[in-house]
Design a protein. Structure first.
Length: 317
């Protein structure tokens, strides 16, 4: 396995936003670009490579194929189709599940044995598909989960409280979607509980709900204004890849496999805080949820399992 070698499967807006942030921030030694559209991939390789003289470090950038993934440390899957107007999430899931299956089979045929990070939507379902098809240990397959939702939450809270977002310790859990939630009693500003911060400043607690609502609606608003969202998720994926490459043991809210009754769930990928290092998910962080939060997590998981049973399980088999 080559340290610092990353394979990107899918050179659309999301994948290339991640690639561009890698070029700018450094930390990746080799980047392989893979896409069904070979011409576009070659063009992306050339365009990125022309920025190398101004990049913080040397980096090999190559338009490649699945054979090049054999010794990659990380493979990031961003391929798939976007949700079309009028298309249900289940229809989208069926189309993308077939794509995930093909990609995973091609990736594993190369002899790949690294960490897979999935960003294709619906991400919790697609991560499950990749995990089942790949046959890799579940800790080695991670979904981007609520990493972006969490970044949006911290950004909006920082803006509201006029505190650096680096000192906002807050997490969004559950599905990357409308049924996500914030376990507020585990939210801290520095080392102070958010409830105390709100009380001491005479801020209405209701404002926290408005912030969460703004997070849930953020993607819809961006899509309405500019047709797609990609910079935020590109940065979030780069952050996740670095946690693996640098063996960081960082806590990130990724789509993680729950089994044996963790959070009252079994055989499902869902967004929960987990410790990420070079082995993928080292362990998940168990948070004590109140009754309402547990209900929201259960509902998130129910929706995902329902979609899976309707058609995704058949596609995997």
């Amino acid at each position: 396995m080559k340290k610092g070698k990353v394979a990107l499967i899918g050179t659309g807006f999301v994948g290339m936003s991640m690639a561009y942030s890698m070029l700018n921030q450094g930390g990746v030694n080799e980047l392989i670009l893979i896409d069904i559209d070979k011409d576009k991939t070659k063009g992306e390789e050339m365009d990125l490579a022309h920025g190398l003289p101004y990049a913080p470090q040397k980096m090999v950038i190559k338009a490649g194929d699945y054979d090049d993934c054999k010794d990659a440390q990380v493979a990031v899957i961003t391929a798939g189709v976007a949700q079309k107007p009028g298309q249900t999430r289940l229809e989208l899931a069926e189309v993308n599940a077939k794509i995930m299956k093909q990609i995973t089979e091609s990736l594993m045929a190369s002899g790949f044995d690294g960490i897979i990070i999935v960003a294709s939507n619906p991400v919790d379902l697609m991560t499950y598909v990749v995990a089942k098809v790949s046959g890799l240990p579940k800790n080695k397959v991670i979904g981007s989960g609520t990493v972006l939702d969490t970044a949006r939450l911290r950004y909006l809270m920082a803006d509201y409280l006029k505190i650096s977002s680096k000192n906002i310790h807050a997490y969004i859990m559950g599905e990357h979607g409308d049924s996500s939630f914030v376990p507020w009693k585990h939210v801290y500003v520095g080392c102070k509980k958010i409830s105390d911060v709100m009380k001491d400043n005479h801020y209405p607690m209701e404002d926290l709900k408005k912030i969460h609502k703004a997070v849930v609606n953020a993607a819809y608003e961006i899509i309405e204004k500019k047709k797609a969202t990609y910079y935020g998720i590109g940065m979030s994926l780069n952050r996740l890849v670095k946690a693996v490459l640098n063996n960081e043991n960082s806590i990130l809210t990724v789509s993680t496999y729950l089994k044996d009754g963790e959070y009252g769930q079994d055989d499902i990928y869902i967004g929960v805080p987990a410790i990420i290092n070079s082995k993928g998910v080292r362990e998940l962080l168990y948070l004590d949820l109140d009754e309402e939060e547990q209900k929201q997590l259960n509902e998130s998981c129910r929706l995902i399992k329902e979609m899976r049973e309707k058609s995704i399980d058949k596609i995997i088999k």
